[in-house]
Ligand binder design. Structure first.
Ligand code: M6R
Length: 370
């Protein structure tokens, strides 16, 4: 069933392009507008939504963070992202105009389930973004937008993550469509960009694997890793850090790059690796330049720097010790590409250390206890 791959994780990372493509499939009418008929929330109700709260755990919560950047930009309504187990135990402000989005690969995560029950009791609508047909979370939600990543077997979530982000983009662009917060052309342009992403992910898989494996060999004895990202690169940094700690049992921390000088820079030490997600190089704008100066700062303190950067970015080439390249794409969509080398990197590290990448110690695929 591994289809010739050495592990499910390897197979599933290589299914990232299909996970994105299949999640987009069948969600447009002949004019190219988004149709989410299966979601069963009527257009008027969607129009009335004035706040979104994403509840999720682990990797799914990082997909929610990416959703926040995209949806707030496109739809101009506030999006909060909260770990499901934190959400339940405070007193969140929920109204009938709040849409709670529960993201879960398995659909069985107890913390997320309890959070959505709480939201419904308070009168909010719950939309599940879920990968498992007929599981508990979609059954208990008002509506469901399925991701079509196919069954995910490896404990470390990979293809489900890119599918969750894709579904969140679809939801955001759909809301922009029904609320009229963007011109139709602009929505279509974004959808065209999104439809081009599977091919770009494939490019990363086809061209970067050797460089990534080589980097893993070099870094095998590193004690700890810092991951830095800004804007949508921030959740990618958190996800890269989680993947590596989860399967390679390496101590990692992900930070917002701007936090460096507020504390984490004290951790930077001679030869210790720092992984940096570099934003799009086009125009080399402030966002890009700030992240590049972060690389310079940690490097000046002896860090060994690994960048994930846009193909041909001259600054990444110049300042980072190793670069994992990805094709150019709009900033908001870049997590779909940036995460792929980090998934491969974590898998290579775990393989080189001789660990079972599919079944890491102490972890279950779905956490059905609180
Ligand atoms: O099934 P879910 O998406 O609800 O699971 C949430 C987390 O338990 C899950 O993403 C976990 O963090 C993964 N092991 C990450 O690789």
């Amino acid at each position: 069933e591994k289809g010739g791959w050495p592990s499910f994780m390897d197979k599933e990372i290589h299914e990232d392009p299909d996970a994105v493509a299949n999640t987009l499939l069948g969600r447009f009418d002949e004019r190219g507008d988004i149709v989410l008929d299966e979601v069963h929330i009527d257009v008027e109700d969607f129009r009335s939504i004035d706040k979104i709260i994403v509840v999720a755990c682990g990797t799914a919560s990082y997909a929610g963070m990416v959703a926040k950047y995209a949806i707030e930009h496109w739809v101009r309504i506030p999006v909060e992202v909260e770990l499901a187990h934190e959400f339940r135990y405070r007193d969140p402000i929920l109204t009938p105009r709040t849409l709670v989005v529960a993201i879960s690969q398995s659909g069985e995560t107890m913390d997320t389930l309890m959070a959505l029950r709480h939201a419904r009791e308070q009168g909010s609508r719950v939309l599940a973004i879920c990968n498992t047909q007929g599981s508990t979370i979609p059954r208990e939600s008002d509506a469901v937008l399925y991701t079509h990543a196919g069954p995910e077997i490896a404990v470390a979530s990979t293809k489900a993550f890119v599918a969750q982000i894709t579904a969140a983009y679809l939801l955001g662009l759909y809301l922009a469509q029904v609320k009229g917060t963007m011109f139709r052309d602009e929505i279509h342009q974004n959808l065209d960009n999104l439809k081009a992403m599977p091919g770009k992910i494939q490019w990363v898989l086809d061209t970067q694997t050797d460089a990534i494996e080589h980097a893993a060999e070099r870094m095998l004895n590193a004690h700890s890793f810092l991951f830095l990202g800004r804007h949508v690169g921030y959740p990618v940094a958190l996800e890269g850090a989680l993947k590596l700690k989860e399967i390679a049992y390496t101590f990692t921390e992900g930070f917002a790059a701007g936090e460096l000088k507020h504390g984490p820079i004290a951790l930077v030490d001679e030869g210790e690796p720092v992984v940096v997600i570099v934003p799009s190089a086009r125009g080399r704008d402030t966002l890009h330049n700030k992240v590049i100066s972060g690389i310079e700062e940690v490097r000046a303190r002896g860090a060994y720097t690994i960048a994930v950067a846009e193909e041909g970015d001259p600054d990444a080439e110049r300042y980072a010790d190793i670069v994992f390249w990805r094709p150019a794409c709009p900033t908001l969509l870049s997590p779909l590409l940036d995460v792929v080398p980090l998934q491969l990197f974590a898998m290579d590290m775990a393989n080189l250390k001789g660990y079972d990448v599919d079944k890491p110690r102490n972890l279950a695929k779905s956490v059905t206890v609180e």
